[in-house]
Write a protein that binds this ligand. Structure first.
Ligand SMILES: [Zn+2]
Length: 273
């Protein structure tokens, strides 16, 4: 299992969120030899454009372009990403299965409820995945919930699918990612660091274009979706803005809750004056 562990797992609410917020970074990490993966929480059945099946094929093509080693979509209903016990178990199972060292989550504030809920859900699932007694003999699901609640977790409605989901997590060894970072591109917040994606910019753009059902010029939802020709400019403008903050051409923004640790003052990047 450890030989196939992921180095980096990006978790997001919808297919195409990862491409739009941190696709260049995932491609760059894959090019550096790291094993990357994407977990989409929903399958996109509510989208104005395209069916869930079309979006699955598009997501597979985008994954190929970004050179990710693993991609899966959970069955959480589109538009109803809720931080429930059942959903935390589903994400925790993936964390235990894929054993990422770094997890990329969406930023915890935003316009779309699915996005900011995915952030908290993802964080709590990372915590849960590391609890060694989760679902083990002698600890019932009720007891696990009590101990989890004691750590400040919220409790959703009971669901008939919970025992099976708990058993699926319990059969895997515990795992907690070393690092959680937040992709902030959807929200206007100052990042704590950016990743230079100048060399990955075209690849990232192609991964977004792979969602043909979303981004080709068409009448349905024309008011909400940019025309194909506009996408390059939008992506270049935001990537260019974050690049400017760091003195590179294009970059993607991230936030970490922890402070930065410096070993050598002469190695700190980005000039001040
Ligand atoms: Zn989204």
């Amino acid at each position: 299992m450890s030989s196939s562990a992921l180095d980096i797992l990006a978790i997001a609410a919808h297919r195409d969120d990862v491409e739009q917020t941190c696709g260049g970074t995932l491609l760059k990490m894959a090019q550096r030899g790291h094993r990357t993966g994407i977990l989409d929480l929903t399958q996109g059945e509510l989208g104005t454009r395209g069916s869930a099946q079309e979006r699955a094929a598009e997501a597979a093509e985008a994954a190929r372009i970004l050179q990710v080693s693993w991609r899966q979509a959970l069955d959480i209903p589109d538009g109803q990403v809720e931080n429930t016990w059942l959903n935390r178990l589903k994400v925790a199972r993936v964390i235990r299965e894929q054993r990422p060292r770094v997890v990329i989550l969406p930023y915890w504030r935003g316009r779309h409820p699915d996005h900011y809920t995915a952030s908290v859900l993802g964080y709590e699932a990372c915590f849960l995945a590391g609890l060694s007694k989760l679902g083990k003999q002698g600890v019932s699901s009720q007891e696990s919930e009590v101990s989890v609640e004691a750590h400040g977790f919220s409790r959703g409605k009971p669901d008939a699918a919970e025992p099976a989901a708990l058993a699926a997590v319990a059969e895997l060894p515990p795992h907690r990612p070393f690092k959680i970072i937040y992709a902030t591109l959807y929200y206007d917040v100052r990042p704590t660091f950016v990743v230079d994606i100048t060399d990955q910019f075209e690849g990232r753009l192609q991964s977004i274009y792979a969602y043909k059902s979303q981004f080709t010029d068409q009448a349905a939802g024309a008011g909400d979706f940019p025309a194909h020709a506009e996408i390059r400019q939008r992506v270049a403008t935001t990537a260019g803005f974050y690049g400017l903050l760091a003195g590179v051409k294009y970059a993607e923004p991230f936030l970490q809750k922890e402070v930065g640790l410096v070993e050598d003052l002469l190695q700190i990047p980005i000039k001040s004056v």
